[in-house]
Write a protein that binds this ligand. Structure first.
Ligand code: PEP
Ligand code: MG
Length: 883
């Protein structure tokens, strides 16, 4: 097996197609080398090594060592230096690189190969002893931190003390001789912490770093990240070993990170930051505040430091040429890392850049206009779940802002919440339902869970490409980074800014669009769904086969869903229309009624309310189909719970309080989800369904007379297990339709169908289809009943199931395609066989989940239905599923 792939010097063993084997970073390094771009040569240990490593009890394939030695020898020849040779040392970087970028893993070790002897060699070779020792101390710090587990802070403390004693404020004030002293202290600290000395043999260092990368694939952070983003652990990571180039070789050297378009707005134009005389990690770590890449960016940010465009015009010109080259080649916005070594440009990485949804839309739409990609490709470029970000509110313009601090607008959107200073704390308090804002000096991969739990993130340090900024944009959290005015006191749990003290728990608002942090909770407004969004949605609508409906019952929700593009209602849960104070009493009266007479009296009160509700829905939806489900109340939600409830019913009905309590007790069920619900209620109390059917048909007649538009109703009978249930209820509904037709002179346009939400219904779909004109898969109940897992109680142990890997995803969020999905497919086949043209849809929560929508496409459903705010997501996901 070939475990090691080389790249550099105009050629490479692999290319970007080999992403699975070489990881994202390795594949793109190979691709850039093949394109003839200046890539420092190196080689990649494949993800297959990682897989083999874990399959064989954490040991390497036997021939790996030889292949690495061969690759190293070839690398030495290419660059004319020798690994470990004091007179002419080859130094390398070691980087992890999975298929998908994963901030939870070991990232990078630079300057590997340095020891006391090779550092002197580097000093002679470069003619700059200070540079050599600076590189050496960086190497000890990084290697100790990420490979040996001696925390970064150990070294920072030593350095801080060292500087304090000499009254230095900047690292650059430290001389070569002084760095030597620091290094002695660093090594002593490692020895103290580990009981063994810092490794001096470059080969030991190399294998140590390789082991750390492969080991990090299974660390807690990586596991958490993989779970969060559905990355299988079987993918493994690659290791990239690459000849070092130095951005810290004086003022003609630099290092930087750039995007070929603005990752926040999508605006065309180079966008990035660089640091003169620095090494790669300095930019991302946010330790020094970087300078702007371009003049236009510098002017916009009102930065006083010169841009790269003016400071290094020749390299800048070369760099932008590479940007254009890469963007045209990959046909997507690129996120690029580069280093300038004494005026010479080197490319260290390129990848499709992470971006906000706003930017994703703009870039996709612009690239269609630039003829770089097709409309269908544009549709495939935007992650549907990301659209959620666009629905984020912004702060009302007219609001007078009380600005606490200003930093960089690192990730758009706005949010308010209570100030929290620690990621664990953020997670805990968010789990308790509190909205929190995470405020940190800077963030690191250890903070990811807290960032996820927070409404927004504020950091005191770091640029637009700092960890906090990149991760927040990816998650769609508003973020202000580099708010330097903020002084955080993690002991006192406060931050001070502009002479004010803000405490843990104080409410602030973060405006990721302006970079401002505001005191208090600011009023928000909903965004407009126009421009790029509308253009992309139009292309998505052209591409998709399934229609998209909504689950909604209140006029406000129905209206919102229509504005989001809902093409009908897939589920109107009529029991949800009864929760309002003025109605719940009548509904309780109906439920608690001792006999049919009592029920009929209560129903007479409800009929006009329902009719008006339905009429309102038909007015909004016009001629779009509206699936209205007849009553399906888990009874426990409607039974009276308090004295007050009972008194209200007693008053309305004139029945004695005592009797009502007794009746409520009689009706209470120990397993209400499997109790007297759905059509079972319709079978025992047919007058309830008849009243609802009447309300629907009368509303149709009313609206048709009023507007001239013919409303379309789909009357849906829930929780059917047998064909007989449906047959009985269908006859009753049809009779009501005939009555209303006769009474009003308007013939209602309607279908009668059922939900498939019990396993028996799925299996007997053939019989059921004889009486149903449509099926709507109620995958909430179907999941519950297929797993035998109560919807109400699963939360108690679902976490353990996810943790243990028994469930890959919560089956109530993303459809269990193997099990529940099989039942759906069986029902589709048997239903359509019995009734060709049977209309099929889904109305469980899964109708708004992109992975489940893909399944629905493959199962051949006609539509998906989801909550109003998910409608745009479903439109896009349905398009992607069809393409
Ligand atoms: C379902 O069961 O999937 C469904 C849509 O109905 P409900 O959630 O109201 O039970
Ligand atoms: Mg249901």
């Amino acid at each position: 097996t070939k475990w090691v792939y080389a790249f550099g010097g105009g050629s490479a063993d692999g290319d970007r197609e080999d992403r699975n084997l070489l990881g994202g970073k390795g594949a793109n390094l190979a691709e850039m080398a093949k394109l003839g771009l200046p890539v420092p040569p190196g080689f990649t240990l494949t993800t297959a090594v990682c897989t083999a490593f874990y399959e064989n009890d954490r040991s390497y394939p036997s021939d790996l060592n030889d292949q690495v030695e061969d690759a190293l020898a070839a690398l030495e020849t290419k660059v004319g230096k020798t690994f470990g040779d004091p007179s002419n040392p080859l130094l390398v970087s070691v980087r992890s690189g999975a298929r998908a970028s994963m901030p939870g893993m070991m990232d990078t070790v630079l300057n590997l190969g340095l020891n006391d002897e090779t550092a002197e060699g580097l000093a002679k070779l470069s003619g700059d002893r200070r540079f050599a020792l600076d590189s050496y101390r960086r190497f000890i710090t990084m290697y100790s931190d990420v490979v040996l587990g001696v925390p970064h802070a150990t070294f920072e403390e030593i350095l801080e003390t060292f500087k304090e004693e000499r009254d230095y404020s900047l690292d650059t004030e430290i001389s070569a001789e002084e760095w030597e002293e620091v290094i002695v202290e660093y090594k002593a600290a490692v020895k103290r912490a580990l009981d063994f000395p810092f490794p001096t043999d470059p080969r030991d260092q190399l294998w140590g770093a390789i082991g750390a990368v492969f080991g990090s694939w299974m660390n807690d952070r990586a596991n958490t990240y993989r779970r969060m983003y559905d990355i299988p652990s079987s993918w493994g990571t690659a290791v990239n070993i690459q000849a070092m180039v130095f951005g810290n070789m004086g003022d003609t050297s630099a290092t930087g990170v750039a995007f070929t378009r603005d990752p926040s707005t999508g605006e065309k134009g180079y966008y990035g930051e660089f640091l003169i005389n620095a090494q790669g990690e300095d930019v991302v770590a946010g330790i020094r505040t970087p300078q702007c890449l371009t003049e236009s960016m510098r002017i916009k940010m009102n930065d006083h430091l010169p841009s790269m465009e003016t400071a290094m015009p020749d390299v800048f010109a070369q760099l932008t040429e590479v940007f254009d080259n890469l963007e045209n080649h990959y046909r997507d916005m690129q996120d690029i890392e580069f280093t300038v070594e004494q005026g010479r440009l080197w490319m260290l990485q390129t990848r499709n850049g992470k971006r906000t949804t706003k930017a994703a839309l703009k870039i996709a739409v612009d690239m269609v206009a630039e003829k770089l990609i097709t409309e269908d490709e544009a549709v495939l470029r935007v992650d549907p779940t990301q659209l959620d970000q666009l629905l984020h509110p912004t702060i009302d313009e007219s609001y007078t802002r009380d600005v606490l601090a200003k930093g960089l607008p690192a990730s758009p959107g706005a949010a308010s919440g209570a100030v929290v200073f620690d990621a664990d704390e953020a997670e805990t308090r968010a789990a308790q339902g509190e909205k929190v804002i995470l405020v940190r000096v800077e963030t690191s991969p250890e903070d990811i869970h807290g960032m996820h739990a927070a409404q927004a993130i504020v950091t005191a340090r770091g640029g637009m490409t700092s960890h906090a900024a990149v991760v927040a944009r990816g998650m769609g959290r508003p973020c202000v980074s580099g708010a330097g005015e903020i002084r955080i006191d993690t002991e006192a749990l406060t931050f001070t800014t502009r002479g004010r003290v803000i405490k843990d728990g104080d409410i602030v608002t973060v405006d990721g669009a302006t970079g401002e942090v505001l005191m208090g909770e600011a009023p928000m407004i909903k965004p407009e769904m126009t421009g790029d969004f509308a253009a992309l949605m139009e292309w998505a609508d052209k591409a998709r086969r399934m229609t998209v409906r909504t689950n909604a019952e209140t006029p406000a929700d129905v209206q919102t869903a229509k504005e989001f593009g809902a093409e009908g209602i897939g589920l109107c849960r009529t029991e949800h229309m009864f929760f309002d104070a003025d109605r719940i009493a009548a509904v309780r009266e109906m439920i608690l009624a001792e006999d049919q007479m009592g029920r009929v009296a209560a129903l007479a009160k409800i009929l006009p309310m329902q009719r008006d509700d339905f009429a309102e829905i038909f007015r909004i939806m016009e001629d779009r189909p509206c699936t209205i489900r007849l009553l399906d109340p888990p009874l426990h939600e409607f039974l009276p719970h308090t004295e007050e409830d009972v008194h209200a019913v007693a008053e309305a009905t004139g029945l004695p309080v005592e009797g009502l309590w007794q009746r409520a007790k009689d009706l209470s069920e120990s397993n209400p989800m499997l109790g007297h619900r759905g059509c079972r209620l319709g079978i025992t109390f047919p007058e309830i369904y008849e009243m609802q059917a009447r309300a629907i048909f009368e509303a149709q007649a009313l609206v048709e007379k009023e507007t001239g538009v013919k409303p379309v109703a789909e009357v849906m009978i829930p929780l059917v297990a047998t064909a007989k249930e449906l047959e009985i209820l269908k006859v009753r509904v049809e009779a009501v339709a005939d009555d209303v037709d006769r009474e009003t002179g308007v013939k209602p346009k309607y279908l009668i169908g059922t939900m498939i939400e019990l396993p028996r219904a799925a299996l007997r779909a053939g019989d059921i289809a004889a009486h149903a004109e449509f099926f709507s898969f109620g995958t909430n109940d179907l999941t519950q009943t297929t797993f035998g897992l109560s919807r109400d109680d699963a939360g108690k142990f679902l976490g353990d199931y996810l943790e243990a890997g028994i469930f890959e995803k919560d089956p109530f969020v993303s459809l269990d395609q193997d099990g529940v999905g099989d039942l759906v497919k069986i029902a589709v086949d048997r239903g359509r066989a019995a009734r060709p043209g049977l209309k099929l849809g889904i109305c469980g929560e899964h109708g708004g989940d992109p992975a489940s929508i893909h399944f629905c496409e493959s199962a051949g459903l006609d539509y998906v239905s989801c909550s109003p705010y998910r409608v745009p997501i479903a439109r896009l996901a349905a398009a992607q599923a069809a393409l």
